[in-house]
Write a protein that binds this ligand. Structure first.
Ligand code: BG6
Length: 468
């Protein structure tokens, strides 16, 4: 559908960018920080670990100055739970609190709105040793952690995100590093963990509303439109199943406080239903979000699975569709181009999914990740000509504007990533940022910050409140 008149972006639109603590901060064991599951995970030997990352912990002032120069209205970052509570709960690490005070104050000194993710994959390892999210006590630890964040930062942070990509933690935990290899039992355990996270999230949302009546809070899953591999009815049904299992399970629980019925039937069929405590459904009902944040990289295409019709032996990375025997089978969408890392590029799918989420939940939306991972080249004279990134972002921003014209309420766009950081499992050479960080996979060099072409381009987009 095309329009004669395209609606402008709202005047207070939150243009910004995103990062997460373990991917950008470094200082993995400094100033009292405890280890997280990511610090202790077995990393692929070909790529770096997260010990230094972009060393944002020591460069945050310089980094925020650059974000301000780009004109950022908002910055989405995550707090490292293990920096605040080295043991996951119990004793508070004042130096950790201090770091985030400084970070938030620095942002506000440039009028950049902090958008705080409470938990982005990096569960404190001390909790993992006691069973992690399989252990109900982690729900209490999260509640205590949430309360601490609200108490210390609630006077300045208005936008809160609970859990980053809970659906990817469940579906692709082994590639992200949040869970080990899959086994039949582990699948069931994962949905137990999922239930505990949903309860923890609902408690945090309710607590936020009690303590901070002016703040807003929401979930931050990864949402993708799911296309059927053909117009065959069975393929359409498989796409519908996967949409419910991958997307709506997470948002229905967050928004309606209910388990999605198709996803629940899948859990029953597989024997994965979680054990619930009395009152859990009341907890889910009592914690409601004010908005939906979501991450979008690409669409996914699936067809009917009859069982042994392909190799399902690995889970794939976050954006690679593999499948599950008898439920759905991942399929390549021949209509789409791919990134250097094999992720399909689908800007129009972005508009579709913005419509879908808004029609389903009628809550304001903010995009908290979207971007292109590439092997950027640093050329002579500190030039990075990332025109491919500019193309990707331009096409996606166009689609947001079309979605706004469709009547979708979108209030912000925070692409991934504000600055180069270490990819979840593909190292530091897979870059996403507007700002280049001068380091190699294993040589951290001088970590110099260099403005890419996309930096200057995005600066203009923000100044113009949209594309020219
Ligand atoms: C999202 C995660 O799934 O995708 C980020 O929230 C991640 O943490 C991003 O970095 C891009 O994925 P990758 O694997 O390229 O780093």
């Amino acid at each position: 559908m095309n329009y004669d008149q395209i609606k402008p972006f709202p005047s207070k639109f939150l243009w910004g960018g995103s990062t997460s603590a373990y991917q950008v901060e470094g200082a993995w064991n400094e100033d009292g920080k405890g280890p997280s599951v990511i610090d202790m995970a077995n990393h692929v030997p070909e790529v770096t670990d997260f010990k230094v990352a972009s060393d944002h912990y020591h460069h945050y002032q310089e980094d925020i100055q650059l974000l301000a120069e780009m004109g950022f209205k908002a910055y989405r970052f995550s707090v490292s739970w293990a920096r605040i509570y080295p043991e996951g709960s119990g004793e508070l690490n004042q130096k950790g609190i201090q770091f985030y005070h400084q970070l938030i104050d620095e942002l506000l000194s440039y009028n950049i709105e902090p958008i705080l993710t409470m938990y982005h994959f990096d569960l404190p390892y001390a909790l993992e040793e006691q069973g992690g999210w399989s252990n109900r006590k982690t729900v209490d630890a999260f509640e205590q952690y949430a309360e601490t964040l609200f108490d210390h930062f609630g006077d300045r942070v208005k936008y809160w995100l609970t859990i980053n990509e809970q659906n990817m933690i469940i579906l692709h935990g082994s590639s992200i590093g949040t869970s080990s290899q899959d086994s039949e039992n582990q699948q069931q355990d994962l949905y137990q963990q999922n239930h505990h996270m949903l309860v923890a999230q609902a408690k945090a949302m309710a607590l936020c509303h009690r303590k901070l009546p002016n703040a807003k809070i929401g979930p931050a899953p990864n949402i993708a439109p799911i296309y059927p591999a053909s117009s065959k009815s069975e393929d359409i049904l498989a796409a519908n199943s996967y949409t419910n299992i991958r997307n709506w399970l997470y948002l229905d629980a967050a928004v309606y406080g209910q388990y999605n019925h198709v996803a629940w039937a899948y859990l029953e069929k597989k024997g994965y239903t979680p054990v619930m405590q009395e009152g859990d459904m009341r907890i889910l009902q009592a914690g409601k979000p004010d908005f939906i944040a979501f991450n979008y990289y690409t669409s996914q295409t699936v067809g009917e699975s009859t069982g042994g019709d392909m190799d399902y032996s690995h889970t794939g990375d976050q954006h690679e569709t593999v499948g599950e025997p008898g439920i759905y089978r991942g399929s390549v969408n021949e209509n789409l181009k791919k990134t250097e890392f094999g992720w399909e590029i689908d800007p129009v799918g972005f508009r579709t999914v913005l419509r879908e989420i808004y029609s389903r939940y009628h809550l304001p939306l903010i995009v908290t990740e979207n971007g292109l991972g590439a092997f950027d080249q640093l050329e002579e004279g500190d030039v990075v000509n990332d025109t491919y990134r500019i193309d990707y972002l331009r096409q996606h921003i166009e689609q947001i504007q079309l979605a706004i014209t469709d009547g979708v309420d979108v209030f912000g766009y925070c692409p991934w990533s504000a600055i180069d950081l270490v990819s979840t499992h593909q190292g530091s050479s897979k870059r996403y940022g507007f700002i280049y960080v001068n380091r190699d996979e294993f040589d951290v060099k001088d970590l110099r910050r260099i403005r890419k072409q996309s930096f200057y381009w995005y600066q203009k987009v923000i100044a113009n409140n949209g594309l020219e």
